[in-house]
Write a protein that binds this ligand. Structure first.
Ligand SMILES: Cc1cc2nc3c(=O)[nH]c(=O)nc-3n(C[C@H](O)[C@H](O)[C@H](O)COP(=O)(O)O)c2cc1C
Length: 196
């Protein structure tokens, strides 16, 4: 599968098989993040991989899932099997959201190429996770990528009306609306009108 096909196939996965993710794959995910583009090549990101079951249990309560699905979060039988935390070392750069996004996508695609699904999670309880993960104050916990073999197959759908909210259909399949290409792609200029 080429990269374009992989990107089309990728959907956020929030239900996982209870099968460990190989350690060497987790390491390759972080390595792919490490060597990605970085503004001014400052490379301020660091990573914590959580893969031990007990530590996964410590992490989970401090993460929030699927804000558009009321009263739902993964049950113990469908939780992720590993978590990669992306940290910004503020001594190297105060803020680096674009570096973080690129790193997260590299992690996601490397994992998916080997059949492992993922969910980026930005809703994190910083104080609690800082303690669980022993993160020093000069590092920001920016984003988490939850990983595991998929136990669901969400589907991308066109938007009907204005709603961007994902939802489950009558079979329980997660449907993820995406804006149409024609609505976001502009060739040469944003509008037909000449700039004033
Ligand atoms: C920066 C960022 C933060 C996110 N935070 C969360 C989160 O806290 N919890 C969650 O369940 N999903 C989170 N997501 C996943 C999005 O909800 C998901 O990407 C979106 O619904 C589109 O679905 P798709 O990834 O299948 O295209 C996050 C995604 C991004 C890029």
């Amino acid at each position: 599968m080429n990269v374009y096909e992989l990107i089309q196939k990728r959907r956020t996965i929030r239900r996982f098989e209870q099968k460990p993710v190989p350690k060497d794959l987790l390491e390759r995910c972080v390595n792919a993040a490490r060597i990605g583009p970085s503004g001014a090549n400052l490379q301020p990101l660091e990573y914590i991989v959580v893969s031990e079951p007990e530590q996964c249990q410590q992490v989970f309560p401090h993460t929030a899932w699927a804000g558009y699905l009321p009263d739902w979060s993964p049950s113990p039988e469908e939780r992720a099997m590993a978590y990669i935390f992306i940290l910004i070392n503020r001594e190297l750069r105060a803020n680096a959201p674009m570096d973080v996004g690129i790193a997260a996508e590299n992690i996601t695609l490397v994992a998916l190429a080997e059949g492992v699904g993922s969910c980026m999670v930005g809703s994190l309880d910083d104080d609690a996770l800082r303690k669980v993960l022993a993160v020093p104050q000069d590092c920001e916990i920016s984003l988490m990528v939850a990983l595991g073999y998929p136990a669901e197959q969400p589907q991308m759908v066109g938007m009907t009306g204005d709603s961007i909210k994902y939802y489950r259909d009558e079979d329980g399949t997660l449907k993820v609306p995406k804006r149409a290409l024609a609505d976001v792609l502009h060739w040469q200029r944003y509008t037909e009108d000449a700039a004033e």
